[in-house]
Design a protein around this ligand. Structure first.
Ligand SMILES: [Zn+2]
Length: 403
């Protein structure tokens, strides 16, 4: 990825520099450094780890033995080096997997994701508006999919949500497009599946996936924006993921840009997502072509590609509003990078230039933030869901080896 001038001096921000958890023992810190080195550079030998981390050989050996016992790391091929040395190379254990669930109001995608972020299988489950039966559909599908992975070790279930999950209350507290507030989603799935469940807002989950599976090297201030039925953002500032009180930080999608604007699902008027979401694009399209009620966003993208002028205009209007809505983010957080995920990334040649143009007008001083798409929307959210479970092993503070 292109690096900006001012971040060049930061050699490697990486996960070990991300401060999420409270203090750890020296042993735990060194362990996470070793694990992160293996993740980023596999396959590599114990001597390589010692050289790169500055940790003593004996310390590295001890930690590696523990990681192997715990099943995170595996010994693999034997390297052939000069002077007849044949060190055993280490890599992450690919048999360790997470069940990733990406929930949208009308459907959920369930996938098996390995420790390297690879999707091993994927399945779509249509959902109803009531949480009980919908959750049953999800857990039934999880149980069926597990049958194909009996030889793998499942670490847990990660769920990316179109809303905010309060870690204190263990409840979804803000999901205006989903309406499942009173339902104990986490407890129900844990009970049915018999596995630990972690859930998080989709935007924050995608941000963690970028940190874990690696696109944020050298970046300490980034915002990830998911654009789908609504708009969500995950905030990474000064090298930290920001969650805020009740896990609510980052609700830029519900900053009102026009108090007399359309009614938002949150009950307020003129929120950013009422102008910039995929639902807004469909509304713009229906205004131009009233007979086109019931079009999906994918159909709208296809129509625009086929030369439908109304479809292209509706998407252009959405893109302009996405760009303008970045104002509070740019002014408030000054990110050097803004990443986008969601359905719009598949038509990035259409959205990217418009968003960049609008964002450039919003910068108060200095360079405008770099604007990039993440991987295909759905995959980003699934990797995000997986990262929620895996990140507990990787994302720790502080960054320096403790000797
Ligand atoms: Zn709103």
């Amino acid at each position: 990825m292109h690096q900006r001038q001012h971040s060049k001096s930061i050699r490697h921000v990486d996960l070990t520099d991300v401060q999420l958890a409270s203090s750890e023992t020296a042993r735990g810190i060194n362990r996470n450094i070793v694990l992160e080195l293996i993740r980023a550079n596999q396959p590599l030998s114990r001597a390589d780890i010692s050289r790169r981390s500055g940790l003593q050989r004996s310390t590295v050996s001890q930690i590696v033995e523990q990681l192997i016992r715990e099943n995170w790391v595996r010994e693999g091929a034997v390297a052939s080096l000069a002077r007849g040395r044949h060190p055993t190379l280490l890599g992450l254990n690919e048999d360790l997997i997470v069940i990733a669930v990406d929930i949208h109001p009308k459907q959920a995608t369930i996938a098996m994701v390995d420790l390297n972020g690879r999707l091993l299988s994927r399945s779509l489950v249509p959902l109803t508006s009531s949480p009980g039966p919908s959750t049953r559909l999800i857990t039934d599908r999880i149980q069926r999919m597990r049958q194909d992975f009996l030889s793998k070790s499942i670490e847990g279930i990660g769920i990316s949500l179109p809303g905010r999950f309060d870690p204190g209350m263990q409840r979804m507290i803000f999901a205006p497009n989903l309406h499942w507030h009173e339902f104990d989603l986490l407890g129900t799935i844990e009970k049915e599946a018999g596995l630990a469940v972690r859930m998080e807002n989709a935007a924050t989950a995608c941000l963690l996936a970028e940190l874990l599976f690696g696109r944020l090297n050298g970046v300490r201030d980034a915002v990830l924006v998911t654009v789908s039925e609504g708009i969500g953002t995950g905030v990474f500032a000064n090298g930290q993921v920001i969650t805020g009180s009740h896990g609510m930080a980052g609700e830029f999608g519900h900053v009102s840009l026009d108090p007399s604007g359309p009614l938002c699902a949150c009950g307020r008027k003129g929120c950013w997502e009422t102008f910039g979401s995929c639902s807004a694009a469909l509304r713009y399209f229906e205004e131009l072509q009233p007979k086109a009620m019931g079009t999906t966003f994918q159909e709208l993208l296809n129509r625009a590609e086929d030369g439908d002028e109304s479809a292209a205009l509706a998407l252009e209007k959405q893109a302009v509003h996405i760009g303008r809505g970045l104002g509070p983010i740019i002014a408030g957080l000054s990110p050097s990078l803004i990443l986008f995920s969601g359905d719009i990334t598949s038509a990035w040649s259409r959205f990217g230039p418009v968003i960049e143009r609008e964002a450039a007008k919003l910068s108060l001083a200095g360079e405008a933030p770099q604007i990039l798409p993440t991987y295909d929307g759905e995959i980003a959210r699934l990797r995000g869901a997986a990262a929620l479970v895996f990140q507990r092993r990787f994302v720790r503070e502080p960054s320096l080896p403790v000797r």
